[in-house]
Design a protein around this ligand. Sequence first.
Ligand SMILES: Cc1cc2nc3c(=O)[nH]c(=O)nc-3n(C[C@H](O)[C@H](O)[C@H](O)COP(=O)(O)OP(=O)(O)OC[C@H]3O[C@@H](n4cnc5c(N)ncnc54)[C@H](O)[C@@H]3O)c2cc1C
Length: 340
Amino acid sequence: MAGTVYGPEEEHKEIWVFLEYADGALEGVCLELLSKARQLADEAGWRLTGLLMGHQAAPLADHAIAHGADRVVSADHPLLESFTVDAFTDVAFQALLEEKPTVLLLGATPNGRDLAGRLAVRLRTGLTADCTDLRLDVRRGILVSEVSGFGGGVLALIETADRRPQMATVRPGVFVAEEPDRGRTGEIVPISVELSPEDIRTRIVERVRGERVDLTQAPALVVGGRGMDGQFGILRELAELLGGEVGATRPPVDEGHIERERQIGQTGVVCRPKVAIVCGASGAFHFVVGVQDADVVIAVNSDPEAPIFEHADYFVVGDAFEVVPALVHALRSEREVSYA
Ligand SMILES: Cc1cc2nc3c(=O)[nH]c(=O)nc-3n(C[C@H](O)[C@H](O)[C@H](O)COP(=O)(O)OP(=O)(O)OC[C@H]3O[C@@H](n4cnc5c(N)ncnc54)[C@H](O)[C@@H]3O)c2cc1C
């Protein structure tokens, strides 16, 4: 690897969080990262800074402060109105070189991943993607990032010893966002931005907004695995009755039976619903990490030895095509009785 851009000897003991936003609100994963980073910064006695890049996004700086940032470094420019990796990398790179923080955290969203990879290369530093936990070794000033590997059989702790910033991405739902404290005060530091249209190689020609579902906010989840043979209709009915959403393991997503944004697990979303009903899924580690924090997990599987049962509070050994319609029928009957 080429020489360092900056190392521990020049760093300022600070944690930075990239503040991504959409539709006038900070992404949920940024609030989760701010909460986690606040906890780490308090342990270490370090400062927590949000990096906000956008156009006329100033009110979001106050939100970030309410969610734990001590200050927000704010870059405002019309060419930052929409995310482009060229512009955001240039501006973030300059801001990081100015201040040389120890740690930079980003949400593992499509834009966060795009920016993280590009920045890590430009900064010639290490990037740990999709962390399942973060700790600080305060004495050594080292971020210890936990990731899973080898099919979940190994939990690896990754450190970036002599390059800065130490970078990590975290998927939505891994950490919990604390309630904002509207009384918190902090500093907003505007920084100058020099950008011209020639710096940006991508052009946004049209914005097409698909239906966006946020499984992390669903109070109930009905999850289908490969055992559902792509038949999600009955699961949708059950989810609707419970006021929840439908999710899936990876195989039905890969086979095109359901949208990718509904995939739960290590490479999907991590959810904490009140109840998760998991049907026809074996219970692979990569999937289980996405539902194990549900208040109650109910599993339906025809194989009495299915590993998912080890992670379930309640389980039914049976054919999901019999159990789920029976459950739907029972719920409907109960509602009819209570409305009568
Ligand atoms: C790096 C990596 C990342 C991954 N990320 C993810 C991820 O984010 N999410 C994810 O889900 N997977 C992920 N995977 C894949 C994961 O390892 C498993 O392969 C996957 O979760 C298995 O899905 P499944 O349980 O639906 O299918 P299977 O393992 O094939 O299980 C199907 C189950 O359905 C049961 N069944 C069959 N018919 C019925 C029936 N009629 N009624 C009831 N039960 C029935 C069977 O007994 C079986 O237990 C990842 C893999 C890797 C290598």
